[in-house]
Design a protein around this ligand. Structure first.
Ligand code: ADP
Ligand code: MG
Length: 240
């Protein structure tokens, strides 16, 4: 479905991603773990074309993603992203937040956009908050709306960048439950996370990033129980 080949990204002299090869097959649930600053967000942002790679390619269904505004907008309706900081439209009610992209980008009529928004708001347990504004919601509720908004675009791949890192601890569970449910339903996703129990229980594959490279990847069993790399072991020892 998606692959990156020889992906490099530098900010000035800071080489943040080094020759990354990575691919996602349909139905995979991939967790990306690694220390802060290892390049996890930059990798997702390059995949979503929020950053322009310094070198290498992003291929979607085998075709290079073209970096023109029009191509990128179309691409992002297939490859959605959920951010740590929610990024809801503050001036729009919950329902409108979930309709606007469906109408403007996916060019659906209002009624169809509304039906999609309702369907996914109900799915994330936010069907009772259609007329609320983002500032009236808790962090967990905001993130569930952000997930519904991404789903309403009917993406075939969804990227999550630390979706629970900005939440108070008591709200982490409700958001992870939603993501877990989507995984069980077969949605293809890549989740950057520090929630090791989630990565172990929900992923089909775990990728460990260290200093701009993929240091090791494998099944949760391999990464968590039989890691090969000393760096992976050292990272996990700090968590477990
Ligand atoms: P992670 O998500 O794993 O914590 P990031 O991808 O956010 O790591 O960051 C990796 C490195 O890239 C860090 O050193 C960070 O300071 C740098 N970086 C990220 N985004 C930018 C940017 N827009 N401009 C300059 N440096 C950046
Ligand atoms: Mg990050």
């Amino acid at each position: 479905m998606l692959s990156v080949e020889h992906l490099g990204k530098s900010f000035g002299k800071n080489e943040v991603l080094k020759d990354i090869d990575f691919s996602v097959r349909k139905g995979e649930v991939i967790s990306i773990i690694g220390a802060s600053g290892s390049g996890k967000s930059t990798l997702l942002r390059c995949i979503n074309m929020l950053e322009t790679p310094s070198s290498g390619n992003v291929l979607y269904h085998g075709e290079p993603v073209k970096n023109t505004p029009r191509d990128v907008v179309a691409y992002r309706s297939n490859v959605g992203m959920v951010f740590q900081s929610f990024n809801l439209f503050a001036n729009m009610k919950v329902l409108k937040n979930c309709m606007i992209g469906v109408q403007k980008v996916n060019k659906k009529h209002e009624a169809e956009a509304k039906a999609l928004a309702l369907k996914f708001l109900k799915k994330v347990g936010m069907g009772a908050y259609l007329n609320a504004r983002p500032h009236q919601l808790s962090g967990g509720q905001k993130q569930r709306v952000a997930i519904a908004r991404a789903l309403a675009m009917e993406p075939d791949l969804l990227l999550f960048d630390e979706p629970t890192s900005a939440l108070d601890p008591e709200m982490v569970g409700e958001v992870l439950e939603v993501i877990k449910q989507l995984a069980n339903e077969g949605l293809t996703m890549v989740v950057v996370t520090h929630e090791m129990a989630f990565a172990r229980d929900v992923s089909t594959r775990v990728v460990f990033m260290d200093k701009g490279i993929i240091e090791e990847e494998g099944t949760p069993d391999v990464i968590f129980n039989h890691p090969q790399s000393e760096r992976t072991k050292a990272f996990l020892n700090r968590f477990m």
